[in-house]
Design a protein around this ligand. Structure first.
Ligand SMILES: CC(C)(COP(=O)(O)OP(=O)(O)OC[C@H]1O[C@@H](n2cnc3c(N)ncnc32)[C@H](O)[C@@H]1OP(=O)(O)O)[C@@H](O)C(=O)NCCC(=O)NCCS
Length: 332
């Protein structure tokens, strides 16, 4: 029997910082309001000429080096993003593969908003367990600054840019295998978080540009309530299925959307502050990059070690949601 093991984590954190004080200059808000409602103090913004593939390639480079594999051995590249370099083609994964100098390889994008990295983990696991692939590079890369309306004070301060990546490889050792990934969606909630224009429903036009329909629109308050409920029930289902309690988890890594959501979900699931990884104060919500950037942060702090049990919990536009349970299996 072959299994899939989570071998490495890496990230790229763009150096340019946008603080709450910077938002005070462009919208009617305050550092105090943003901090109290979201816990966000600052977020990272990519350079003008930097696209998601640039951030993703830099994160992937770190993940590849830490996994100790040759680039030539990567046989699948999956990029989770809703801010691709190009609306239709080529995919951001194709561009990342070429920026990394990989030989021709299967590469494609996943569009599952903030749940994208968990979806990518599920797909990598399935490809490996089926015997089709051996070393999968998964990436979450986002440049939300390219789809934000910086006059929309209910949304623009929440999101940031960044990328995270991981190598998932084949193993025969069940003890280091990814235990389970569960993903789902419900398109009935399409209007909660949406970029209404620029796609086939409302193709790009002067009206789409003038009305900023190609920017993200979010019903924050309704999203908040659903996020708390879904993130909690998602993990409860996973834990029950595997007969686990919160004490069996070393690192709980929820999607980083809002500190109040993380606190409410952590409390409902009885996860301690020490178990829970939080980066939303530093990076804001980086969508598909949020979970791998948070995991990389904890890894670089020396908190995550070989054999530790890690639990991802994600929620995002679609709506989509998902959780992944695994033991971290880095190169010895
Ligand atoms: C966006 C969010 C921070 C707003 O907080 P909230 O407590 O729900 O605030 P509301 O939208 O109910 O607005 C409350 C008041 O604050 C005001 N407000 C909104 N944005 C503001 C801002 N940036 N600064 C100051 N005041 C603001 C509103 O106009 C409203 O004023 P009113 O009561 O006079 O009408 C919060 O809803 C949130 O984080 N939602 C989840 C978002 C999320 O997780 N999205 C991604 C999921 S993947």
């Amino acid at each position: 029997m072959t299994y899939a093991a989570f071998k490495s984590i890496g990230a790229y954190i763009p150096p340019k910082i946008m603080t709450n004080a910077d938002f005070e200059k462009i919208i009617d808000t305050s550092d105090e309001w943003i901090t109290k409602r979201t816990g966000i103090k600052e977020r990272r913004i990519s350079e003008e000429n930097e696209a998601s593939s640039d951030l993703g390639a830099k994160a992937a480079q770190v993940a590849i080096e830490r996994a100790g594999i040759n680039k030539e051995d990567i046989d699948l590249v999956i990029c989770a993003t809703v801010t691709p370099d190009y609306l239709c083609m080529p995919s951001t994964a194709c561009l990342i593969a070429s920026k990394l100098g990989l030989p021709p390889v299967m590469a494609y994008d996943i569009s599952a908003a903030c749940t994208g990295f968990v979806y990518a983990t599920a797909v990598a696991k399935a490809f490996i367990e089926s015997g089709m692939k051996k070393n999968v590079l998964i990436i979450g890369a986002e440049t939300y600054s390219s789809i934000l309306d910086y006059t929309d004070r209910g949304t623009c301060f929440i999101f940031g840019d960044g990328a995270g990546a991981a190598i998932i490889s084949v193993t025969n050792n069940k003890d280091e295998a990814i235990i389970d990934v569960n993903c789902s969606s419900d398109g009935n909630y399409e209007d909660l978080i949406k970029t209404p224009g620029g796609g086939s429903k409302h193709p790009c036009s002067q009206e789409v540009l003038d009305s900023k329909m190609a920017c993200i629109k979010m019903k924050g308050n309704e999203t908040f309530k659903l996020a708390v409920r879904t993130l909690t029930s998602d993990v409860e289902t996973m834990m029950k299925k595997h007969n686990l309690t919160s004490k069996d988890i070393n690192h709980f890594i929820p999607h980083q959307a809002n500190r109040r959501i993380i606190t409410a979900v952590g409390k409902a699931l009885e996860m301690t502050e020490e178990q829970t990884v939080v980066t939303v104060d530093k990076y804001g919500n980086t969508s598909a990059a949020s979970i791998p950037m948070a995991m990389n942060y904890a890894y670089e702090q020396g908190r995550i070690k070989a054999g530790d049990t890690v639990l991802f919990d994600a929620f995002g536009g679609g709506l989509t949601w998902g959780s992944a349970l695994f033991r971290f299996a880095p190169k010895k």
